[in-house]
Design a protein around this ligand. Structure first.
Ligand code: NAP
Length: 494
């Protein structure tokens, strides 16, 4: 892994530069604890320079016809595709997820990049008839200006790409701050955009702590919109703070996603879904299935089958084919997961499997299952963000849906059932931005909207054409070609 070791710089105005603070930080591989890169700790002054560079680049980039911007984004998609395997391996080293999942992360970035490139020839507005003769009405989309993107570590390429590509195709210029746990993949993405022909100043990257660099971005008056994915606490702070400068804010926050297993479900299929949703990415997905709400008639069979499967999961370095579950991102997260397991035991839940750090070099936590979990327990309500699944009893569909809805988050959800009625009831009644039927809580596709309700966000949706809502302003145009004064609501009554 030594070949990855490199000192990375900030990227401002098309130049790779040292930070003004003179400070750096280490990027650590969670499976081996090796240092894989050295990164700059940006200070407020660096953020100011990055925002100014983005502001300077805005007139030219926003005036470039969108189909031309699309050609550049399209080239970025091609480069990502060509480098998929190399990027995926780096991603596994930096973030820890197993290689097939890392390939999925990179593929998601490729998909959104092609999708956004195509938007260069759409960026649709609307036309509609006027209430007056000889008058045309339409909407057109305009870029917002300098937008800031702050991202977490669990999808080191996909989440930045989900934000960067729609922001760029819409004609905005960008200041991007990746997570301090995964700055290497962020730097690779920025290099690819530059290689594809994104002009200097259009994309700027500052690395460094959320406390310093992140806060300086939020407080910068020239940043007109922010797209943030991360924890609820940080999201709340950003929303409050950004209101002082009337920034538009898009938040994608935590989840506590339920899988409902009904008594008519295909139990083996549901077990597959819980293994994938609960332990994939070591449970470190905003859409991870952390609560499994099972009809009491089938919970004994379900528990037995789940335990048999989960007990066979192999922990290890994600680069190895033999590994099913990779490491936890860092020691803080590892301690947090261990803390929740203690809380669960103290609350009276029964620990069926795991519940502790694995005795291995690296940040590994054993796949964990609690049963006899009730909705008043913290492990049933709070986001753990680790490989911990709680089994909860339900007496019928109504009880299961009530339990599914009794948390503050509302991102993803799933129901396993053979009944159309139960499936449609769940689609109608479960408070979540996503509902899967007979599939796990994870697996979004880039051409559909992604986001959650309640404390998971503030109503925006990433991906699909809805991503453009985050990054464009609508202008309404009235074009009067009558050659005389026409008064809406007055000249034509009723
Ligand atoms: P986090 O601690 O909130 O950090 C996210 C990003 O915000 C990082 O770049 C972080 O920088 C930065 N940051 C921290 N404090 C900040 C501040 N005061 N001002 C500005 N930026 C600040 O979250 P995380 O631990 O990286 O990610 C895990 C969370 O993300 C989970 O809650 C998960 O559910 C959520 N998530 C949600 C979605 C979704 O789409 N809904 C998707 C993925 C993840 P540093 O890295 O330097 O601290």
């Amino acid at each position: 892994m030594g070949e990855c070791m490199q000192e990375y710089k900030l990227f401002i105005g098309g130049e790779w530069a040292d930070s003004s603070t003179g400070e750096t930080f280490k990027d650590t591989a969670p499976a081996t604890l090796e240092t894989i890169g050295i990164f700059q700790k940006a200070g407020a002054q660096d953020v100011g320079r990055a925002v100014d560079a983005a502001e300077d680049a805005f007139p030219a980039w926003s005036s470039t016809p969108a189909p031309q911007r699309g050609k550049i984004i399209f080239r970025a998609a091609r480069i990502l595709e060509e480098r998929k395997e190399e990027l995926s391996r780096k991603l596994t080293i930096e973030m820890g997820k197993v290689l097939p999942e890392a390939r999925g992360d990179v593929q998601e970035a490729i998909d959104i990049t092609y999708y956004a490139a195509g938007e260069g020839r759409r960026l649709f507005g609307e036309t509609t008839p006027s209430e007056l003769p000889d008058k045309a009405c339409m909407t057109v989309r305009r870029p917002i200006g300098v937008v800031a993107l702050i991202t977490p570590w669990n999808f080191p390429v996909a989440i930045p790409a989900w934000k960067l590509m729609p922001a760029l195709i819409a004609g905005n210029t960008v200041v991007f701050k990746p997570s301090s746990d995964t700055p290497m993949l962020a730097a690779e993405l920025v290099k690819i955009l530059t290689e594809a022909g994104v002009p200097a100043g259009v994309v700027n990257m500052v690395t460094g702590s959320g406390e310093v660099a992140g806060k300086a971005i939020v407080n910068n008056m020239k940043v007109r919109a922010m797209s943030f994915t991360g924890s609820l606490d940080t999201g709340k702070w950003i929303l409050g703070e950004a209101s002082k400068s009337m920034k538009r804010v898009s938040l994608e926050l935590g989840g506590k996603n339920p899988i409902i297993v009904m008594d008519d479900a295909n139990i083996d299929l549901a077990v597959d879904g819980v293994i994938w949703g609960g332990f994939g990415t070591s449970g470190q997905r905003c859409t991870a299935a952390s609560r499994v709400i099972v009809h009491e008639k089938v919970i004994d069979t379900f528990r037995e089958k789940l335990l048999a499967r989960a007990g066979k999961l192999r922990l290890g370095n994600g680069l190895l084919e033999s590994t099913d579950v990779g490491p936890i991102i860092n020691n803080t997260q590892l301690r947090k997961i261990a803390g929740y397991c203690d809380i669960g035991k103290n609350e009276g839940a029964t620990l069926l499997l795991g519940g502790k750090q694995a005795k291995m070099n690296g940040y590994f936590f054993e796949p964990t299952i609690f049963t006899d979990v009730t909705m008043d327990m913290r492990i049933a309500r709070e986001e753990i963000f680790g490989p911990v699944v709680s089994l909860i009893n339900a007496s019928d569909l109504g009880d299961a849906i009530e339990k599914a809805n009794s948390v503050e988050y509302g991102l993803s959800s799933s129901i396993y059932t053979e009944s159309m009625r139960s499936a449609f009831k769940a689609i109608e009644k479960v408070d979540a931005g996503l509902t899967y039927v007979n599939a796990s809580t994870i697996g979004s596709e880039v051409h559909l909207p992604f986001g959650g309700v309640k404390a998971t966000g503030n109503g925006t949706r990433e991906a699909g054409s809805t991503a453009l809502e985050e990054f464009t302003e609508l202008k309404t145009v009235y074009f009067d070609y009558s050659g005389r004064l026409q008064r809406a609501q007055i000249d034509i009554e009723g």
